[in-house]
Write a new protein. Structure first.
Length: 135
């Protein structure tokens, strides 16, 4: 027979929050962070001790927390956003949808300047001074 245990941690507000749930056979496992406590079926991650919303076994969700309906709406809105990999730098999500093809570039933009040929000039040599001339 397996027992259902929850890892209980204390959040910044001092509330005891269920952070993980698992079923283990035998005694409670060793707790590295927080503490383990045996809980009933129905206790879910995110519940706080004494929370009034959907109370089960002494735990419930805090008031004002996301319920299942609000989480589904949020998930749908996030899935509707375009992927970050399809956005170019400097664009926003308000811009054109990623499903629209980009506009064709004009012919003027396609032309590239030809590299200039390098002109080889002879070095700037001074005339040699002969031994017989003096000023």
């Amino acid at each position: 027979m397996s027992n259902r245990y929850a890892t209980i941690i204390i959040d910044d507000d001092g509330r005891e929050v269920v952070s993980a749930i698992g079923e283990f056979a035998g005694t409670a496992p060793y707790a590295r962070h927080g503490r383990f406590e045996q809980v009933v079926v129905g206790v879910r991650i995110g519940m706080v001790r004494g929370g009034p919303g959907d109370a089960v076994g002494g735990f419930g969700f805090p008031l004002g927390a996301l319920d299942g309906k609000a989480a589904a709406i949020l998930r749908a809105r996030l899935n509707a956003l375009p992927d970050a990999s399809t956005l170019r730098p400097g664009t926003t999500t308000d811009a054109k949808s990623a499903s629209q093809p980009p506009k064709p570039k004009s012919a003027r933009a396609a032309k590239k300047a030809k590299p200039r040929k390098r002109i080889v000039r002879p070095g700037n040599k001074k005339p040699a001074i002969s031994a017989g001339t003096a000023e």
